[in-house]
Design a protein around this ligand. Structure first.
Ligand code: PLP
Length: 385
């Protein structure tokens, strides 16, 4: 089927909620993608930080193959080993409490919202301006962006947005606060790194008033910033984290992970999902987590991240570079969407724009030095045109 036939099918049959680039990808391996014409691309977006081990990592593929032919689904009315092993591994590699599985990032945040509300028997949830926590109603209500929220009012009540500023945050938390929820690096709105002072102020305010501190690590987690979780670099330990995106090694899964204090708040009947933690996705995620929680891989993130950042700073039209590890954004003095389109169609480099002048790069965590150099060459050419 040709691209124009696919586009006609989309126009006729799909709700128009996505603005797709006119490329059909048919195959992926490592940091490379191939389109239907057989053209090869360098992928520095990873399906928005999902295929962080590269496309079709052989060990993830093998884990899926092995499980998919044996047992795909039985529901959470019964036990399956991959989910229990994944929960144990995920908890041990983070906050040491307990895990709730779901199917996406937004759902992980929904679980977190229910958890903190139940823990405090109600209460407000303080979020930050510039945040993005997802598209479902609770997660959307935690996402203080007029354009995303306004068409869908009324939203879930009890969310308060404050500026990402330590004193504003400290002033917003009181005994009616159930939680402060934030992304250590605001990804979707342009890779804005929150300061250590802000994260520490959030921790102190939550401690003072008995509120929970929840970090949305859906984009920053699973090694993206050079540690398994971004909170490790901030010197602040949250009470719960949410993770998704790269957790499944390319397949859909989300999780809420608590520390000890919140581990037993949710009880039978409080929350659930038919597909959550199914054996195939749990087998994939367990393998992805084992591969990611590896000092050599995390060292690669820091080393390649530094090379990429240094190279980006030298490119034409790049005003500044921000981010951590392999979660980077460039501020340009030209329009970013046009650069993204030129990079894709003329240079065969996949990146995206998070705003009118902001490019975002999220390469695979195991990207090689030669691939980083090649991406810089291709992006440089797209910027020069
Ligand atoms: N939270 C953060 C920080 C995200 O970056 C995203 C997605 O971009 C989400 C939540 C929502 O995740 P999903 O699209 O899997 O629902």
């Amino acid at each position: 089927m040709s691209l124009s036939e696919l586009q006609a099918l989309e126009r006729g049959s799909m709700i128009a909620s996505y603005a797709r680039s006119p490329v059909e990808f048919v195959r992926g391996a490592g940091s490379r993608l191939w389109d239907a014409e057989g053209e090869e691309y360098l992928d520095f977006l990873c399906g928005i930080s999902v295929t962080s081990l590269g496309h079709c990592h052989p060990r993830v593929v093998e884990a899926v193959r092995e499980q998919v032919g044996r047992l795909m689904h039985v529901s959470n009315l019964f036990y399956t080993e991959p989910a229990m092993r994944l929960a144990q591994r995920l908890s041990a590699a983070s906050l040491g409490g307990k895990v709730f599985f779901c199917n996406s990032g937004a759902e992980a945040n929904e679980a977190a919202i229910k958890l903190v509300r139940k823990a405090r028997r109600g209460g407000d949830i303080v979020v930050l301006t510039g945040a993005f926590h997802g598209r479902t109603y609770g997660a959307l209500s935690a996402t203080p962006q007029e354009a995303k929220q306004a068409p869908f009012a009324p939203l879930v009540p009890g969310f308060r947005a404050v500026a990402p500023d330590p004193s504003a945050l400290a002033g917003a938390v009181d005994r009616n606060t159930a939680a402060v929820m934030l992304e250590p690096i605001q990804g979707e709105t342009g890779v804005h790194v929150l300061s250590e002072q802000l994260l520490q102020a959030a921790r102190a305010a939550c401690d003072e008033h008995g509120a929970a501190l929840v970090f949305d690590e859906i984009q920053t987690g699973m090694g993206r910033t050079g540690t398994l979780w971004a909170y490790e670099q901030a010197g602040v330990r949250p009470d719960a984290i949410t993770t998704a995106k790269a957790l499944g090694g390319g397949l859909p899964i989300g999780a809420l992970v608590t520390g000890e204090r919140l581990a037993d708040v949710l009880q039978p009947g409080d929350h659930g999902s038919t597909f959550a933690g199914g054996p195939v996705i749990a087998a994939a995620a367990l393998t992805a987590l084992e591969l990611t929680d590896d000092p050599a891989l995390l060292a690669n993130v820091l080393e390649r991240g530094q090379t990429l950042r240094d190279g980006l700073e030298r490119l034409p039209h790049v005003v500044s570079v921000r981010g951590r590890g392999l979660m980077l954004a460039c501020e340009l003095d030209v329009a970013a969407p046009a650069v993204v389109a030129r990079a894709l169609h003329e240079q065969r480099l996949v990146i995206n724009a998070t705003g009118p002048t902001t490019l975002r790069l999220l390469p695979a965590l195991n990207v090689g030095g030669a691939e980083v150099d090649e991406a810089l060459r291709r992006l440089g050419a797209a910027l020069e045109d």
